[in-house]
Design a protein around this ligand. Structure first.
Ligand SMILES: CCCCCCCC/C=C\CCCCCCCC(=O)SCCNC(=O)CCNC(=O)[C@H](O)C(C)(C)COP(=O)(O)OP(=O)(O)OC[C@H]1O[C@@H](n2cnc3c(N)ncnc32)[C@H](O)[C@@H]1OP(=O)(O)O
Length: 267
């Protein structure tokens, strides 16, 4: 839900900017670093909020190894998930040296399961919660059991595409995906998209129309486009369809509002 970006920056420039500003946040959520490798060291980060200096220590020592990028294929990914991953990934090569990147390719967004070890100053969280906090969609260890997804971004088209395979723990109606799980994925994709425009952001409004049920275990496409921006507000459109586009499962509109970091740290 969170990054600082200037809209006009290219993907690579964005990656560099974020890298500078948010070097400590590389270990959480979907971060727009393309195929770049993560650094293994995640130091403390000092935030200057309006009224206080806040030290956010990013990773505990047990995370000193390279964190897992959940957007890479695992053994649970089915044929359709792999086919679409390979399709978008083949169009998301890193720009070669000397070649300018105008965001005309897809960029795969790496995805990690946590960022903050603990945030002091204004936030009241128990140490247990602080140490155990994980991104909701990335907190189930059993591959394929819940949310398997990868998000790609096209800057020139202001478009995100998420390939999503819904696992057996996401059942709602028998044999089909729970509406809350679908909402979670829509929030994740549109929230990632909004945060690429200007972060940090939070969801202010999410409107969802469920058109047809999604079979459990199936792979679907979740696509988001930028509708409009009005100051702090970003309006994003989203659809969930079958992978051949013949079936609309869900349509949504989302509003994200830019916030200051202190908004999060106030608790
Ligand atoms: C530091 C950490 C870094 C870590 C890095 C992370 C990387 C992660 C990456 C990837 C992860 C995947 C991505 C996941 C994404 C998930 C996102 C969520 O689920 S967020 C949780 C659910 N949302 C809430 O809990 C919000 C609760 N609400 C609020 O906090 C406030 O209400 C907020 C921020 C939304 C707005 O509050 P105000 O005080 O800032 O702004 P005001 O003045 O109220 O509104 C600004 C404008 O927006 C309109 N507005 C606000 N709420 C509205 C609404 N519900 N409907 C319509 N308009 C609304 C207002 O009318 C106003 O418009 P006018 O500027 O006057 O034109």
């Amino acid at each position: 839900m969170v990054f600082f970006f200037a809209q006009s920056l290219s993907i690579l420039e964005m990656a560099r900017s974020v890298s500078r500003i948010f070097s400590g946040f590389r270990c959480f959520g979907s971060l727009p670093f393309g195929n770049t490798q993560l650094k293994t060291q995640c130091p403390s980060v000092l935030f200057r909020t309006t009224s206080e200096r806040t030290v956010v220590q990013v990773l505990p020592s047990i995370f000193s190894r390279k964190p897992r990028d959940f957007s890479l294929p695992n053994s649970s990914w089915g044929e359709e998930m792999m086919r679409l991953y390979n399709y978008y990934n083949s169009q998301s090569e890193e720009a070669t040296e000397g070649q300018e990147d105008h965001g005309e390719q897809w960029t795969r967004l790496p995805s990690y399961n946590r960022s903050l070890k603990y945030a002091t100053g204004g936030v009241y969280l128990s140490k247990i919660i602080q140490s155990k906090a994980r991104l909701f969609t990335r907190n189930i260890r059993d591959p394929g059991a819940a949310f398997e997804y990868v998000v790609f971004f096209r800057q020139d088209k202001q478009r995100c595409v998420c390939v999503f395979q819904a696992g057996h723990l996401l059942e709602g109606p028998p044999g089909h995906v729970h509406g809350g799980a679908i909402a979670t994925m829509i929030d994740t994709v549109t929230g990632t998209h909004a945060s690429l425009l200007s972060a940090p952001v939070m969801t202010a409004n999410l409107n969802i129309n469920y058109r047809s049920p999604i079979p459990l275990g199936s792979t679907v496409l979740i696509e988001s486009t930028l509708d409009k921006e009005e100051g702090k507000k970003k309006f994003i459109l989203c659809s969930v369809t079958s992978t051949d586009g013949s079936r609309v499962h869900t349509e949504a509109t989302a509003l994200f509002v830019s916030i200051s970091i202190s908004h999060l740290l106030r608790g």
